[in-house]
Design a protein around this ligand. Structure first.
Ligand code: 5RP
Length: 230
């Protein structure tokens, strides 16, 4: 099975947890998009769900495929969020934000009674940190925020390149109008401590460590699907 086929299989297995009447958070990224495609088929067959998308990109795909949408203003409590991840460890701690949607993804997951992560087996790690940690920051005071992030990381024994995410020669701008610093700190032995330290920096809007949010991971590998719980 190639990577795309694994993403489809993970999405298909997660879809079995979706029932008519659900209020669904819908993730961002290539795996989440496979989920949207399969969900759209169910909707066309009569399944009644309402989706809250985690990005403009996901919203556009849902509209294109006829998946009914709502907002957290109209629907502030959700039954289930299904989303991809950049890394998943054995506790179902995650790194997310490779697609730049981490803030909305975290808000939507936090508004959901349950979160299911869908991924191929390449996303499984022993310790988070192989994938650069996305940190969403306010444009104002960027250099000061960078310095504060470096100091916070150093206080935990972490260091490494902190790179402003670019696209087409320009800084990448999130759906919320912020910038992203990708932190290549390597292994993160104490993700909770790093999360707390980053949250204490005023210029940090949010970071891509998702701790204690995922209830189930549906992982597709060459030998089939396996599910992980924290
Ligand atoms: C977007 C995300 C994505 O879920 C994550 O990057 C995984 O994407 P993909 O399924 O394309 O590998 O967090 O912000």
């Amino acid at each position: 099975m190639d990577a795309k086929a694994m993403k489809i299989e993970a999405a298909r297995a997660a879809l079995e947890h979706v029932t008519s009447g659900m209020r669904l958070g819908i993730g961002t990224g290539s795996t989440a998009e496979e989920f949207v495609r399969l969900l759209a088929v169910k909707v066309a067959e009569g399944m009644k769900i309402i989706g809250v998308p985690t990005s403009e990109r996901t919203a556009a795909l849902c509209v294109q495929l006829g998946v009914p949408l709502s907002t957290l203003e109209e629907t502030p409590e959700l039954d289930l969020t299904i989303d991809g991840a950049d890394e998943v460890d054995a506790d179902l701690s995650l790194i997310k934000g490779g697609g730049g949607a981490l803030l909305r993804e975290k808000i939507v997951a936090s508004a959901s009674a349950k979160m299911i992560v869908i991924a191929d087996e390449s996303k499984i790690v022993d310790t988070l940190g192989r994938f650069p940690l996305p940190i969403e920051v306010n444009r104002f005071g960027l250099k000061a925020t960078e310095t504060a992030v470096r100091k916070a990381a150093a206080s935990l024994g972490l260091s490494g390149p902190l790179t402003l995410r670019m696209t087409g020669g320009e800084p990448f701008v999130t759906d919320g109008g912020h910038l992203i610093l990708d932190a290549s700190f390597g292994r993160i032995p104490d993700a909770r401590a790093l999360s707390d330290a980053l949250h204490a920096i005023p210029g940090v809007v949010e970071h891509g460590l998702f701790l204690g949010l995922a209830d189930l991971a549906v992982i597709a590998g060459s030998t089939g699907i396996r599910t992980l719980v924290p």
